[in-house]
Design a protein around this ligand. Structure first.
Ligand SMILES: [Zn+2]
Length: 129
């Protein structure tokens, strides 16, 4: 059977109002937004969620044979053609082949792996830190 992995996610978090105990939901996008203010529907008081930086998805490979799980590990890596495109683009920005490879390999968010532009943006933002 074809194994599939998600290409996008819709994740929500439930919170409890510190003033009246009303519960409400915030999306992952909202909880990633700096200075996001949630206003309680019941008491109208504002509160601000602790920022959530990232969520890690761990796939269950436990019931595969060793050979299969090695294949699965290969699958989770960035597609080779996109990897090569990104390495080449970074070299045009003046990085050495080695620097470019390690930068591209450090992009560990599978949700951007189909998008070389996003990968390069992330690589460049890492070097500005
Ligand atoms: Zn409230």
């Amino acid at each position: 059977m074809d194994k599939i992995k998600p290409i996008s996610a819709d994740i929500n978090f439930q919170y409890s109002c510190p003033h009246c105990d009303n519960t409400f939901w915030l999306s992952f996008a909202e909880t990633k937004t700096e200075n996001y203010i949630a206003v309680c529907d019941v008491c109208q008081k504002p509160s601000s969620p602790t920022l959530i930086k990232n969520i890690k998805v761990i796939f269950d490979n436990s019931h595969k044979t060793q050979e299969e799980s090695q294949d699965a590990e290969e699958e989770t890596k960035m597609p080779k053609d996109i990897y090569d495109t990104c390495v080449n683009s970074l070299m045009q920005y003046g990085y050495t082949n080695k620097e470019a490879k390690s930068l591209v390999a450090s992009v560990d968010d599978p949700y951007v792996w189909h998008d070389p532009v996003q990968i390069i943006k992330e690589c460049l933002s890492k070097t500005n830190v």
